[in-house]
Design a protein around this ligand. Structure first.
Ligand code: ZN
Length: 151
């Protein structure tokens, strides 16, 4: 796959951001979640049944510690517990993230030989992540200097 060039990455314009903001305000004015009363939806993770819940909790680990955001609304799977948040709750989560200083785990890039480079996951990172040796990871380049690693 060809790497996307920086100029090919779409940066949200002010107009697009305003549109999202207006949408979130509109949902806020509805005073109830558009997902309320929804039941029987199929879980995309396990195929179980999802129900509306207004007591969901979002947890996120940063190098500074764990962040917990409670009282979110959305759908929760009865079987595997997977959660999907409504737009208002996503807005709440995004607001919390914007308040965070940029952070991450620093890792070194090592030469592995024969045109290969490697990065090592530190103990700090292993403590907050859920993966084992031998598992596969998918790396998605976002820009020439930014990538996302999914296990
Ligand atoms: Zn599920």
């Amino acid at each position: 796959m060809e790497k996307p060039r920086d100029e090919e990455i779409h940066t949200a314009t002010k107009e697009e951001m305003d549109k999202v903001r207006r949408l979130l305000v509109k949902i806020d004015k509805m005073k109830k979640s558009p997902l309320k009363g929804v039941s029987g939806g199929e879980c995309p993770t396990c195929g179980g049944i999802c129900d509306y819940a207004d007591d969901l909790t979002f947890e996120y680990y940063t190098p500074g510690g764990k962040i917990t955001i409670a009282n979110l609304k959305g759908l929760e799977c009865r079987r595997c517990g997977d959660q999907a948040y409504d737009l208002k709750s996503v807005g709440v989560i995004e607001e919390q993230f914007r308040a965070l200083p940029p952070s991450g785990y620093e890792v070194g890039i090592s030469k592995l030989g024969a045109g290969k480079l490697g990065i090592y996951f530190t103990k700090d990172l292993m403590r907050v992540m859920d993966f084992k040796p031998g598992e596969k990871a998918i790396i998605t380049p976002i820009t020439r200097r930014k990538m996302v690693v999914e296990i």
